[in-house]
Design a protein around this ligand. Structure first.
Ligand SMILES: Cc1cc2nc3c(=O)[nH]c(=O)nc-3n(C[C@H](O)[C@H](O)[C@H](O)COP(=O)(O)OP(=O)(O)OC[C@H]3O[C@@H](n4cnc5c(N)ncnc54)[C@H](O)[C@@H]3O)c2cc1C
Ligand code: FES
Length: 352
């Protein structure tokens, strides 16, 4: 069936820093809410009459915490992040989609790499702490380093928990970078860059070209930059993994895809077991055109995969394939927020 929202009760709220809270949902008895470390959930929330959809990475560890916890950093003027930080309390109910995402570490992969480099900035630590706990608690023999950038010490989410993990597990080391503060805790007062990765790999005698995995979550520009320099150092792309928190909830239209379709083009959409014929205007994505059918979506920018559907017939072109992997693409999976019709006889299903 199509992804659908379920009501979940809030059973824990923890202040992590002055601007970040962790929220635990009662999910343990719901098989749809089993998760892998690194995945995220999606909330639909009504604030001042407006229905808003946002994704949040899971910070809990599936090996030890069956209920899902996610951690939200309050953004200035951010509607949902401010609401969650200032109004949510135990006993409240939230509308939630089941866990999704390919940025993940599964139990079967605990020793995939000899060395792991986790690189996080600010709230980018949320999927990463879950992955690190999964490796350490799962008894991974790998060498694990976390490079974690913040502006100041007060902004470091999970500081105590990371210290505790570092004390318990000799194969884990945290390198804090603080860009706006000199502090005894900081490894360096620099921003995250390839220089830090090189310094650490020299210090620890790690050859990053061989058997090292890089998991990165932070601003898109930082991720692009690190990726570029890692490739320059001959690290292969398949060993570099990203999670982007970037969202585009604006109604701005993207580039119009040039094709031979006559507009408006009609396509068939299957959702909730029913078929609907809808019309797509030039420049619209399939998701834009399907909005009246209440399809699942969140970021609108090829990050979250909540809008994933399967092409049953015909052809579409995606502006951006986002985190879909080659296997999914070859099986016909598409991101509807990025897909435009090419030609006729197009049928897609959200019931996957
Ligand atoms: C897959 C995925 C996982 C995510 N995981 C987390 C998580 O674990 N923790 C977390 O705190 N957030 C996470 N996010 C981001 C989250 O979904 C929201 O985008 C964020 O909370 C802002 O929403 P808002 O409603 O508060 O801000 P809005 O009201 O949408 O935006 C208000 C202003 O803030 C700017 N803005 C929006 N998002 C950001 C951002 N991320 N950084 C800086 N400025 C921004 C907007 O451009 C706008 O000017 C994730 C996003 C994705 C796609
Ligand atoms: S809505 Fe997030 S990838 Fe399409």
């Amino acid at each position: 069936m199509a992804l659908s929202y379920t009501i979940k009760k809030v059973i824990g709220v923890k202040q992590e820093t002055t601007k970040a809270k962790s929220i635990t949902l009662q999910t343990e008895n719901d098989a749809d809410f089993k998760y892998h470390s690194g995945q995220y959930i999606t909330l639909r929330i009504k604030i001042n009459g407006e229905s808003l959809v946002r994704s949040y990475s899971i910070s809990s560890c599936p090996a030890t915490e069956k209920n899902i916890t996610f951690t939200v950093k309050e953004i200035e003027n951010g509607r949902v992040s401010s609401y969650l930080n200032n109004h949510i309390k135990n006993g409240d109910e939230l509308e939630v989609l089941p866990p999704l995402g390919n940025f993940k570490i599964e139990n079967s992969n605990l020793n995939q790499y000899k060395s792991y480099f986790f690189i996080a900035a600010g709230s980018g630590i949320t999927p990463i702490i879950s992955m690190i706990k999964t490796l350490l608690i799962g008894d991974s023999k790998s060498n694990i380093q976390l490079i974690y950038g913040n502006k100041t010490k007060d902004e470091i989410i999970f500081l105590e928990e990371l210290n505790d993990l570092q004390n318990r597990f000799p194969n884990f080391k945290v390198y804090h970078l603080l860009s706006k503060e000199n502090n005894i805790l900081a490894y360096s007062n620099e921003r995250i860059s390839i220089n830090i990765i090189e310094k650490i790999s020299l210090e620890k005698n790690i050859n990053i070209k061989e058997n090292s995995g890089f998991y990165i979550c932070g601003p898109d520009e930082m991720m692009r930059n690190i990726n570029y320099h890692l490739l320059e150092k001959k690290v292969v792309q398949s060993n570099i993994y990203f999670e982007s928190f970037t969202t585009n909830t604006s109604t701005e239209k993207k580039t119009v895809v040039e094709n031979n379709s006559e507009y408006p083009t009609k396509i068939i959409i299957v959702i909730g077991g029913k078929e609907h014929e809808i019309a797509i205007n030039e420049g619209e994505t399939i998701l834009d055109a399907a909005m009246d059918l209440d399809p699942p979506f969140s970021c609108m920018s090829a990050s979250c995969m909540v809008c994933k559907a399967k092409l049953l017939s015909g052809k579409v072109e995606m502006d951006d394939e986002g985190p879909l992997d080659d296997k999914e693409i070859s099986k016909g999976y598409i991101l509807t927020c990025q897909s435009h019709p090419i030609g006729e006889n197009i049928k897609i299903t959200y019931d996957i």
